[in-house]
Design a protein around this ligand. Structure first.
Ligand SMILES: [Zn+2]
Length: 470
């Protein structure tokens, strides 16, 4: 289903999407420990999960988050959506919400994922490691970066900017945090300092691990830029003039948990940090990396419950996946904005960041932390979002406008708050239809998502030279 929804500047979305009952591939309650044995993983897979429509949820969104519901990045008019097991409907009813079953994610036959051993160095064959019909594992994504670095030395620079929580604490199945910088290299390009000659466009994917479409889009973007250099005039011009940074897997430990589900990917959203409490069946361990940032930290749309999907962590910037990324941002972009919600960033600010999420076919820009609060660069942000919405057919606005609730401590709010760099969230994919939800068939990447995302990324990359010029 192609949803074309526009948000008036005043900002209320009037969305109507007829919702068909969907049968997705199954997911189970996420396991508290990623290295679950096959038998427990199989037992876990038998539980059906439901997407519930919460009628009028937009009007009580903060309470919905505070009761611990897994509120999806989706809205339909005044309705919100919650992912949960069979008991979740009763829980919501008791809390005073009106719910309807929107879709059922029925259990699918479980097949074990390919075994992997992260203590071994990446091999050339790791690039072919996939799950769920073609989605790339973390090892495949990192092997892909190695191949691009080997095949295109004049166009690519690799940066390891940190280690995941598991790796940094010596646990198994942890990963490096990796970025790649793509450009036709001149002296000084892709250096870790803020005096770059070229503007910097930054794309990051899978900070929420279960949003599996997003890592695949990042993979394709890397190939599009490298394979298109010298053959595609638009790509060549862009690579000659702009640094293109990509982090394909922002939350590798989380993705490791997702891919461990094999043909039934687990819906792990957060990182794998287990030090703040363990969660039984129906709860999910980890910190929401998109609620942990030190920008209006701890305000709306965040939870203090370590098992909630929006758990903000014990303190601002506590998580290594996030603070390592922020350190990278700080090395790449000079600070061009003063304090205060309405202080604009300098007109000569360069750079632009997109963080990929799923789903609801929407494009979001700051502020997310509070409704009806707009940045000093709102006109420029809105202009760019409108253009990208025109390309993709998506809706656009601030997070409260697009998904119907505020969310503080997010990546793009932090980047704009601290450095003045414009950031956009893309909520890729429809909420219903063949390619809807968290786990679309892999064929949707080629048929539905990439044809819209590619031109939007090309547009965004060009804006990095002077995002606030108009
Ligand atoms: Zn997300």
């Amino acid at each position: 289903m192609s949803v074309s929804r526009r948000i008036p500047i005043a900002g209320v979305v009037a969305a109507l999407a007829t919702s068909a009952l969907l049968l997705f591939q199954q997911t189970g309650a996420p396991a508290p420990e990623p290295a679950a044995k096959a038998d427990s993983a199989q037992a876990e897979q038998r539980q059906a999960m439901f997407v519930y429509r919460v009628v009028g949820g937009v009007n009580d969104s903060e309470r919905l988050i505070q009761v611990g519901s897994d509120v999806l990045e989706q809205r339909d008019g005044d309705d919100l959506f919650v992912l949960g097991n069979a008991e979740e409907a009763n829980r919501l009813t008791k809390a005073g919400f009106t719910t309807k079953v929107e879709s059922v994610m029925a259990p699918a036959p479980w097949a074990p994922p390919k075994a992997h051993n992260n203590s071994e160095p990446l091999g050339v064959n790791d690039i072919n490691e996939t799950y769920y019909g073609g989605y790339r594992t973390v090892r495949a994504q990192h092997s892909h970066l190695d191949k691009v670095l080997a095949d295109y030395p004049a166009l690519s620079t690799g940066v390891t900017y940190g280690q995941s929580w598991r790796k940094s604490t010596g646990r198994p199945n942890g990963y490096d945090l990796r970025a790649i910088c793509l450009t036709k290299k001149q002296a000084g390009d892709c250096a870790l300092n803020t005096s770059a000659a070229k503007p910097r466009f930054f794309l990051m994917a899978q900070i929420h691990a279960r949003e599996i479409t997003t890592g695949d889009m990042a993979w394709r973007w890397i190939d599009h830029l490298t394979q298109g250099y010298g053959t595609d005039a638009e790509v060549t011009r862009l690579m000659d003039t702009t640094e293109m940074w990509v982090v394909p897997i922002t939350n590798p430990d989380g993705v490791d948990i997702v891919q461990a589900g094999g043909s039934s990917p687990r819906l792990q959203r957060k990182n794998a940090n287990t030090t703040n409490g363990t969660c039984g069946t129906g709860g999910q361990v980890g910190i929401d990396l998109n609620r942990n940032a030190n920008s209006h930290y701890g305000q709306a749309g965040t939870s203090t419950n370590p098992c909630a999907e929006t758990y903000r962590g014990p303190r601002a910037d506590s998580e290594t996946e996030l603070n390592s990324l922020q350190a990278l941002f700080t090395k790449l972009y000079p600070d061009k904005r003063g304090d205060g919600d309405t202080t604009p960033a300098a007109k000569d600010t360069k750079g632009l960041m997109i963080t990929f999420h799923s789903y609801t076919n929407g494009i979001i820009f700051p502020w997310a932390h509070r409704a009806n609060t707009y940045t000093g660069n709102d006109a420029s942000l809105r202009r760019m979002a409108k253009d990208m919405a025109g390309i993709t057919g998506y809706t656009y606005g601030t997070a409260p406008q697009v998904v119907g609730y505020a969310a503080s401590g997010g990546t793009e709010d932090w980047l704009y708050d601290k450095l003045g760099v414009p950031g956009f969230t893309f909520e890729i994919g429809p909420s219903s239809g063949t390619c809807g939800g968290f786990l679309p068939p892999y064929s949707c990447q080629t048929s539905t998502f990439w044809p819209k995302i590619k031109p939007a990324l090309m547009y965004a990359a060009k804006q990095a030279a002077a995002p606030y010029a108009s």
